[in-house]
Design a protein around this ligand. Sequence first.
Ligand code: ADP
Ligand code: MG
Length: 295
Amino acid sequence: MNLEGIKEKLRRVRCYHTANEIEMIIKQAQDNEISYLKFMDNILDNELSTRRKNRIKKNLKKSGFPQIRTIEEFDFNFQTSITKRLSKEWFCFDWIEQRSNKIFMGPPGVGKTHLALSLGYSAIMEHYKVRFYTMQDLMEEMILSDDEKGFDIFLKKLLKHDLLIIDELGYLPLKPRYSNLFFQLINNCYEYRSVLITSNKFYKEWGELFGNQTIAGAILDRLLHHSESIVLQGDSYRLKDVSENISRRVYKKQDSPGMVHSTSAKPSLHSPSLNHSKQKIKRNEKLDENNKPGV
Ligand code: ADP
Ligand code: MG
């Protein structure tokens, strides 16, 4: 028995990682004088953890995530419609085990896609298979596959995932044929796979969206039977950055000696959707006063 023979056998039982690292594993065992039991355990741990990492890498690659977002990056002080504690429950993924759905609703920029992506990412880390689509991309793929066998093949592929994320439902109205395809998808997922939808439309608007009240009703019926609907409210996080830039520019100008205070940016700061930036400006004004020379 030689090392090459052992490597060959390891590859035959698909322990490729152990085969590649066997010299190092044996040397470590010899150096540390570990027991046979520990040696065996190390080999299995090594193989299993590499397989897990590779599986996660593969699932992430196939997920279609436009970018990685995590819940750690989510600012719960900005988005107060949900609490950190509530979100923690979602990240246990009991709802995926129970084939239940989640629907995030609200205006643009409130964090719907961020939450969907971070749930998808964590689900993959927890060994689930996840597929992310924007509604537009999903419909395009469905339409392309819309012949006798194509749609079935497409559905079968999709249903291999534990969680299907459909982002931005509501931005484009659907023709009746496409509404019907969407119904078929949701019907096939019903009690079999979890669906997470983000939408800027409330349920009462879905009839118009799908161009047909009956189809919309049938879709909602399947979707909502086992589900949680979450309404996110508040200002757009995207505008937060814009308004902070504006406020910074206003203060720079105020601080510069001899410069006249520009009021041109002011009207937009009074927009009701920019409350956060107004508060920030007030805070900054106080700071500026305290920092005045001689105060
Ligand atoms: P929506 O899907 O509701 O239109 P997004 O989730 O795409 O909004 O959010 C827009 C941008 O703002 C993204 O870059 C997202 O990461 C960020 N964002 C939104 N809400 C928050 C938040 N509460 N904390 C941190 N980043 C946020
Ligand atoms: Mg979005």
